[in-house]
Design a protein around this ligand. Structure first.
Ligand code: 5AD
Length: 334
């Protein structure tokens, strides 16, 4: 049964919701990972895209129940990087061979449209692809950021279960978030979305729905991470036993969207010391290394004990993988 679903996924890249559920439920079956790895290598080769992540502000107006930098957490020491500090990070990134930089931050209104455009233009003076991850903005702002030179945008839907979405995200709108993703896509961004796996009340059916949503949007990048409880949030006492399920969601996503970019997420490394390596053998082909200046790194604590370990080229080569020499767009497979 599982075998025939996997064969179907491998050859057609499409599955019904029930078939996806079947794959997610089958905890003891490891062949899902083998198929995901096989299809990943077929479409992406033995190449890994390394991205340099800059967490440039941990100020956030939102109050997401799971997130350590939610506005209600008064214990966070808030910071903002200056433009010249951001450029210092970029220079370090270039020196270390990164060809993409991801500028990520909380939803911080200090960084208005004008300020973001200025930063984009400064960054794009260097020969580097730029991914923004700064949350929900208007269509017009996304358009201006694109015109200023931004190449890609990450904004996870987090969950497609509307009820769960509203429980997790006070004062936010599910429809607006979904619109943001479609707007980005229509503006020509390489668009990334994704979900958290293991939120209290999240069903396997809704995770299957999340995967179908990724396919429907034709997302160019998908980030999937296990939920990790943060002590200073209302979800502090929830379970953190979500690694395997997150890995399964990721592997099924790879089978349905064989040519996209999928990171071995930091949250996976946080739950297992070899979490990223396991992910890279189960369908992932991207690593996002934190290149934020050392003094700020530990202040961007969306979940506890967040790893920022930088994988060396040697570690990758040990498992037969090589850093790509391209900027790592969806169509880059070498
Ligand atoms: N556990 C796992 N992932 C989290 N994120 C935020 N808080 C947590 C947590 N406690 C994820 C969200 C967000 C991304 C930047 O980090 O999915 O989109």
């Amino acid at each position: 049964m599982i075998q025939s679903i996997l064969e179907k996924a491998y050859f057609t890249n499409s599955l019904t919701k029930n078939e996806i559920i079947e794959l997610l439920l089958n905890k003891n079956d490891k062949s899902l990972y083998t198929y995901a790895d096989k299809i990943c290598k077929k479409y992406k080769g033995n190449f890994i895209h390394l991205r340099g992540l800059i967490e440039f502000t941990n100020v956030c107006k939102n109050d997401c129940l799971y997130c350590g930098i939610r506005c209600s957490n008064k214990k966070v020491q808030r910071y903002r990087l200056t433009n010249s500090q951001i450029i210092d990070c970029i220079k370090t990134g270039l020196k270390n061979g990164y060809k993409t930089v991801v500028l990520q931050g909380g939803e911080d209104s200090f960084f208005d449209c004008e300020k973001i455009i200025k930063i984009i233009k400064q960054i794009k003076q260097y020969d580097i692809a730029l991914t923004l991850s700064i949350g929900e903005r208007t269509y017009d702002e996304y358009k201006l950021f694109k015109e200023a030179g931004a190449d890609r945008y990450l904004i996870r839907i987090e969950t497609t279960d509307k009820n769960l979405y509203y429980k997790m995200h006070p004062n936010m709108s599910y429809d607006n978030r979904k619109n943001c993703i479609y707007n980005l896509k229509s503006l020509g961004y390489e668009t990334g979305t994704g979900c958290i796996v293991g939120l209290a009340g999240q069903t396997i059916e809704s995770l299957a729905q999340d995967i179908l949503f990724f396919k429907e949007v034709n997302a160019d990048m998908i980030g999937i991470g296990p939920f990790i409880p943060h002590p200073e949030t209302p979800l502090a006492n929830e379970s953190n036993d979500n690694f395997d399920l997150a890995l399964r969601v990721m592997a099924v996503t790879r089978l349905l969207l064989p040519d996209i970019n999928i990171p071995a997420t930091t949250a996976m490394e946080t739950l297992r010391p070899d979490g990223r390596i396991i992910a890279l053998k189960s369908g992932a082909n991207v690593i996002m290394d934190n290149i934020t200046l050392a003094e700020f790194k530990n202040k961007y604590e969306i979940y506890p004990d967040k790893k920022s370990s930088n994988r060396t080229k040697e570690t990758l080569q040990k498992i037969g993988l090589f850093p790509s020499s391209t900027k790592g767009f969806r169509s880059d497979n070498h």
